[in-house]
Design a protein around this ligand. Structure first.
Ligand code: ZN
Length: 280
């Protein structure tokens, strides 16, 4: 079989930009803990750590993007939208894209067919209620997509996915009978693994400068290739002061290095769709 991959050179990007970047934020908040089956009454402190993302992290992120005139893509679980409608509305009012990230942030691989459908339909309805339009894009919680969920994405009219890792430039991902524009992700471009220390699990608590260095390195290679990069952050993680300072510096560093087309995933998918379908 032919290996799915993107073209050797993306773009051209609008306004003569040399590289394209999508800053994406997963607004998981408490949905991810509820999805894991944790009891809020018994694990209250853990829930407040997630709530911080709405209380403080999200406003910081929105202010940063506004300062730089950047529009991002926010992957919002339906539960987050239902629980915090005013805060999620601020994302829309900032001109950003809101995309699908499940309802209770349940990874599809752990669900049966009915469960996968419920996560998709309930999450879609919650976002439609808040934003007034259907989300164009989907990102699987925990990046654990299945063939059944891909089929449902096609049935429900989604235009792109951002859950797979088969290339580091946009490409067409085919799973079963469904093909979608893929805006690929990777764990090295996600803030979570760098800061994934947990009270029960232990793990990493990286110096934020480590993440900035890796992300800048990725940016420099993408710039040489004229490519596109997706970065993933979480308001409850990168909205903390020391990490937020690193995120600010990273954005400033990119802007001082090159003309960057900062674009939402919806914009990148629209721009590249015909080109990508022609290279399959
Ligand atoms: Zn998530």
């Amino acid at each position: 079989m032919n290996v799915p991959r993107g073209p050797d050179r993306d773009g051209p990007w609008p306004d003569g930009s040399a590289v394209s970047v999508s800053l994406t934020f997963d607004v998981d908040a408490e949905a991810a803990l509820l999805g894991l089956g944790l009891d809020e009454a018994k694990r209250y402190s853990a829930f407040t750590e997630r709530r911080f993302g709405i209380a403080r992290g999200l406003p910081r992120v929105l202010a940063l993007l506004a300062d730089h005139g950047i529009r991002g893509t926010f992957y919002v679980p339906g539960y987050t939208a239902d629980r915090y409608p005013d805060d999620v509305s601020a994302i829309v009012e900032g001109g950003h894209e809101v995309a699908h990230h499940g309802y209770f942030h349940l990874p599809p691989a752990g669900l049966d067919s009915a469960g996968q459908r419920e996560e998709l339909e309930r999450g879609k309805a919650a976002l439609e209620k808040l934003t007034g339009s259907a989300p164009k894009g989907y990102r699987s919680p925990s990046w654990d997509v299945t063939e059944e969920t891909f089929s449902l994405l096609g049935e429900l009219g989604f235009e792109y996915d951002s859950s797979c890792m088969g290339d580091d430039r946009p490409y067409i991902e085919t799973l079963g009978a469904t093909s979608l524009v893929e805006l690929p992700v990777h764990w090295s471009l996600d803030d979570f693994p760098y800061y994934s220390w947990g009270e029960a699990s232990g793990g990493l608590m990286s110096d934020p400068r480590v993440l900035s260095a890796v992300w800048m390195s990725e940016f420099r290679v993408a710039l040489r290739e004229g490519g596109h990069v997706t970065y993933t952050a979480h308001p409850e993680i990168s909205g903390r002061r020391s990490r937020f300072e690193a995120l600010q510096s990273f954005v400033e560093g990119m802007r001082s290095t090159a003309e960057v087309w900062f674009a939402t995933h919806g914009e990148v998918a629209s721009l590249l769709r015909a080109q990508l379908e022609g290279t399959r």
